[in-house]
Write a protein that binds this ligand. Structure first.
Ligand SMILES: Nc1ncnc2c1ncn2[C@@H]1O[C@H](COP(=O)(O)OP(=O)(O)O)[C@@H](O)[C@H]1O
Ligand SMILES: [Mg+2]
Length: 540
């Protein structure tokens, strides 16, 4: 195993405040052609801390960590590990210094067992075959030593994503890593899984490991970080210890500007349900988790949030409401009108706007211009025509206004949509749907992938829809977002409603349990069969 610990690490470059640092990066610069990925970045990782590396998409986080893991060579800059200035031309060199990294996309061999994956890279291949038994014993004892629950004999492909992640972490520890880098480790986890990961990280920290967690989520930084470094456009704009930061400071550092806060929630009075869903059943090919008898109402002036781990019927529910997936049985009533069998166009006419998660459902015509796409939905309604003739000037003016409002880049109405990035296409769809003034807005993860500034803008727009007395159904994987926006929240699990609460009285524990498939106790709609399945699964 690698050793690099030297508790009396002398002051390397810089001041004595850096004495606790186990890693010091100084003046790291890396360009990709015209793109400045890292520009003179200083970064200190202290011994025994969880350090969040925070920044918007493209801020340079992954590049900086790839440099520390020896995957990318910087053009200039120094790296110190403990007392030594080091060169890290490859991951082997990083491992030699006790540095390990879990990438955003795991790099496990799916058809191998846990034990085989853990020892891969540490043991020569012929050993793997000859000493399977010993390897399994070894890995089991390593797992116990580090407090990581794993069955060494399980095949990777049979394991849920959070367990695979534990395998990646154990693999690094097994190789002797004392410095762990995790790149966006929560991006594919549900809240219960995130809680599990964070518990593991805290234990490792308390045992003296130093951990970098790369993230763009402020909520996570507040939860887990002992210190945080914020990158913006390739530069370190803030490094600060716990107690010295709050969400607002961090958001400002990330975006470089003051984010307008969300308006306070006003109470909704008693209004009529705008959307009534009764016993909705939707099949989805051979997929197991479609929608199995879901009923709920959304009131006018209300945002109803739908939480749940991805793949529990959210997508099918949204598609069914959009009219692009067949409804097997049940009813969809919007403002008293039965839309169960209505076409997407008729739903649109009835004031229903849908922002699906999947870009194929966005209804953009890639080959047409931005302005044309923005006008498309309104053309049948006659908004842009005069005596049956389209008016290109007003179409362009309308587009320009929306492009500026939604910060679509570049804000050129004549550009063809296919030349916009995914994030900007998404903003375009939001602009198109929200500008129609929908009566019922159905939005699936509308801010996913957007930068903090754009996301905050979209969130304010959703609130504006609600404030105007309309209804919003918000499907989101992001609990922070649901808490900020929703008046009520329900959890979908395997196509059923497993939890429902007004936002003021949500129990976080029950919510997390419901997302993991366990119907909690009192006052909650539970399906006994599902509870049984969940319990059986928990015991397996
Ligand atoms: N291999 C690469 N080739 C070209 N450009 C890259 C490469 N890796 C990263 N970049 C660019 O460098 C910038 C920083 O990227 P990255 O470090 O991945 O940011 P983050 O992890 O914060 O999202 C981005 O503009 C990205 O497009
Ligand atoms: Mg990244």
């Amino acid at each position: 195993m690698a050793t690099l610990e030297n508790p009396s690490a002398g002051p390397g470059p810089g001041q004595s405040a850096a004495a606790a640092a186990t890693v010091r990066m100084r003046g790291i610069t890396k360009n990709y052609g015209e793109t400045v990925a890292n520009s003179g970045v200083d970064f200190d990782l202290h011994r025994g801390e969880i350090h969040a590396l925070l920044g918007e998409n493209g801020a340079g986080k992954t590049t900086l960590m790839n440099i520390l893991f020896g995957l990318v060579l910087p053009e200039s800059g120094e790296i110190w590990v403990g007392d030594d200035q080091v060169a890290l031309p490859g991951p082997q060199d990083a491992f030699g210094r006790g540095i390990g990294m879990v990438h955003q996309h795991f790099m496990l061999v799916q058809r191998f067992t846990v034990a085989e994956n853990v020892v891969l890279g540490s043991v020569r291949p012929w050993n793997v075959k000859l000493r399977r038994h010993r390897i399994e014993r070894d890995v089991r004892s390593a797992a116990e030593r580090f407090g990581i629950a794993l069955d060494p004999r399980a095949k990777i492909r049979d394991l849920p994503v959070d367990t695979q992640q534990r395998v990646e972490i154990l693999k690094l520890l097994y190789r002797g890593a004392r410095i762990l880098i995790l790149d966006e480790p929560t991006s594919s986890l549900g809240p219960a899984q995130i809680a599990g990961l964070f518990a593991t990280l805290r234990e490792l920290r308390d045992a003296g490991h130093s951990i970098v967690i790369v993230t763009h989520k402020l909520g996570e930084v507040m939860q887990i970080a002992d210190r945080v470094t914020v990158l913006r456009a390739g530069k370190n704009v803030l490094s600060v210890a716990k107690g010295g930061f709050d969400e607002r400071t961090l958001a400002r550092a990330m975006t470089g500007r003051e984010l307008e806060g969300l308006p306070p929630k006003t109470r909704i009075g008693d209004t009529a349900p705008l959307l009534r869903l009764r016993d909705l059943v939707v099949h989805a090919g051979t997929r197991l988790h479609a929608v199995h008898g879901v009923s709920f109402d959304v009131q006018a002036g209300e945002i109803l949030g739908i939480a749940g781990v991805e793949g529990n019927g959210q997508r099918e529910l949204v598609d069914a409401l959009a009219g692009v997936l067949k409804i097997e049985s049940g009813e969809v009533i919007v403002e008293g009108k039965d839309l169960t069998a209505a076409s997407p166009r008729d739903r649109h006419r009835a004031g229903v706007s849908v922002i699906p998660e999947d870009r194929h459902g966005w209804g953009l015509v890639l080959d047409m211009t931005v302005a044309e796409n923005l006008a498309l939905a309104d053309v049948p309604a006659g908004r842009f025509s005069h005596r049956g003739l389209l008016r290109p000037r007003s179409i362009r003016e309308h587009a320009k206004q929306l492009l500026a409002e939604y910060d679509v880049r570049p804000p050129d109405p004549d550009l063809r949509v296919l030349s916009l990035s995914g994030g900007n296409q998404q903003k375009l769809v939001l602009a198109r749907e929200l500008s129609r003034g929908p009566r019922l807005l159905i939005a699936a993860n509308p801010t996913q992938g957007l930068d903090v500034g754009a996301a905050a803008y979209v969130q304010r727009r959703l609130i504006a829809v609600r404030e105007a007395g309309n209804a919003v159904l918000l499907v989101s994987h992001d609990l922070d977002e649901l808490f900020k926006l929703a008046d009520r929240i329900i959890v979908l699990y395997r196509g059923k409603v497993l939890y429902e609460s007004s936002i003021g009285s949500v129990s976080m524990d029950e919510l997390a349990l419901a997302m993991a498939g366990r119907a909690p106790g009192e006052g909650v709609r539970a399906d006994p069969e599902l509870v049984e399945i969940a319990e059986m699964e928990a015991e397996r």
